[in-house]
Design a protein around this ligand. Structure first.
Ligand SMILES: Cc1ncc(C[n+]2csc(CCO)c2C)c(N)n1
Length: 222
């Protein structure tokens, strides 16, 4: 079993609560209230700014050049690709990138991003990549599941662009690379004594992902 599979198995309750959250079903069939999606997306823009810092920290924490390049690719995927999706979708509501940057961050954004940055600052690159894994690999898994649903790509589904972005080949390749890199780091740096520490980090990050969906979900009409 790969290191990533092992993490997922050990954290199966947290992983399911995150990847099968009702918010994701609402995206798949288009039933998610717009207010919920909008709140999520604005907060996610702020989240991505902080996540870019975590990838920059991964560059700094990299023992070798190959690790550094992998982290730099992740940084660029956020700043040059993923945030464009947010800017385009938010422009549809009349929100500019400046408006997004000026929004007040929700506690869920602060909790998650501070947790990941702290795990990376006190730990090594492997600990940081374990904290980043639910985010990067989880979204690929979620989008693949959603894209297979009957209404996911229907023109009547307002969330089809979001699903297509994360289910599409370019993003799936980013996630596959992240997964392969995590497994290779684990081969180099995991010792039996570290398992508990790494599983705890993975569980916590998955739990904070579920809280992030929950934040969006609560912003929809009751
Ligand atoms: C709460 C939250 N979790 C995960 C992602 C997805 N994501 C964040 S960084 C990154 C790597 C490359 O862009 C990916 C896929 C998100 N947007 N928001």
């Amino acid at each position: 079993m790969s290191f990533f599979e092992r993490l997922k198995k050990e954290a199966s309750a947290e992983w399911r609560a995150y990847t099968e959250h009702p918010f994701t079903d609402g995206l798949a069939d288009g039933s998610l209230p717009e207010a919920a999606f909008r709140h999520y997306l604005v907060q996610d823009y702020l989240f991505l700014i902080e996540f870019a810092r975590a990838y920059a920290l991964a560059v700094y924490k990299s023992p070798g050049l190959a690790d550094m390049r992998e982290a730099a690719t992740g940084l660029s995927a956020i700043l040059d690709v993923e945030m464009n999706l947010h800017v385009e979708l938010c422009a549809g509501w009349g929100l500019s990138p400046d408006d997004l940057e000026r929004a007040a961050p929700a506690v869920e954004v602060l909790a998650y991003t501070r947790y990941v940055l702290d795990a990376g600052m006190r730990g090594d690159l492997l600990a940081l990549k374990v904290a980043l894994a639910p985010c990067v690999i989880g979204y690929a898994e979620i989008a693949t599941r959603l894209a297979a649903r009957p209404n996911a790509s229907a023109t009547t589904n307002p969330y089809r662009v979001w699903i297509a972005e994360y289910a599409g080949a370019p993003y799936q390749a980013v996630a596959a690379n992240a997964r392969a890199h995590l497994d290779s780091l684990a081969e180099r740096y995991v010792t039996p004594a570290r398992h508990a520490e790494l599983i705890a980090i993975f569980k916590e990050a998955a739990r904070l992902e579920a809280d992030f969906w929950e934040m969006g979900w609560r912003a929809g009409p009751a």
